[in-house]
Design a protein around this ligand. Structure first.
Ligand code: IMP
Length: 179
């Protein structure tokens, strides 16, 4: 009988404590920048952004409306082929609103670029981008990121919402995928 494969645990890159502190700092910066705005429409990019967005809004000291948009890029398991499909859309007219797009990671930049192009067509009063992780080594499209949690090297990372084939999203830290 063959033994079951041994599950490899992702190697920690950013601890849960560091994430918690940084999310608080991002929330404070966003709060200060939106001090005069009556409401922020927080648009979370699914699926990877769900944990980050949930923590971040609890550190934003302004009224927030929460919306979700789904973006999927097709390619190999760890590389984007550049075709980005938008799935579930926000069900709210953002014209004249202050919008904060919350994304887990900016890699090639193609996903965030596709989503921002789409949202800009809807004439928001402002549109800012907040990403937890920035992996500039793989960038193919120039993206103006307003708030970045951590800039990381070109590893494929998992945890805190990020997956590898739908695994590891539940990890409280960011780890380097070992497979
Ligand atoms: P981009 O379009 O190449 O910038 O990739 C953005 C999307 O690819 C992210 O929203 C993630 O869903 C996924 N992605 C890119 N790099 C990683 C990674 O290191 N771990 C998990 N997902 C990633």
């Amino acid at each position: 009988m063959t033994a079951p494969p041994v599950e490899k645990v992702p190697k920690e890159l950013i601890s849960a404590d560091r994430i918690h502190i940084r999310v608080g700092e991002l929330g404070a910066a966003i709060t200060a920048d939106h001090a005069g705005d009556p409401e922020i429409v927080v648009v979370c990019v699914l699926k990877g952004g769900f944990i980050f967005a949930a923590d971040l809004v609890r550190h934003i000291g302004r009224p927030c409306r929460i919306e979700f948009i789904r973006a999927s890029s097709y390619g190999n398991r760890h590389t984007s082929a550049g075709r980005v499909a938008l799935g579930h859309d926000i069900d709210f007219d953002i014209a004249g609103c202050h919008v904060l797009l919350v994304e887990d990671i900016v890699d090639t930049g193609q996903t965030i670029s596709r989503v921002t192009d789409e949202l800009r067509k809807r004439a928001p009063a402002s549109l800012k981008i907040c990403c937890l992780l920035d992996k500039p080594s793989a960038r193919k499209v120039t993206v103006g990121i307003d708030y970045t949690g951590f800039t990381i090297p070109g590893h494929f990372v998992v945890g805190y919402g990020l997956d590898d084939a739908e695994k590891y999203r539940e990890l409280p830290f960011i780890g380097i995928a070992t497979t």
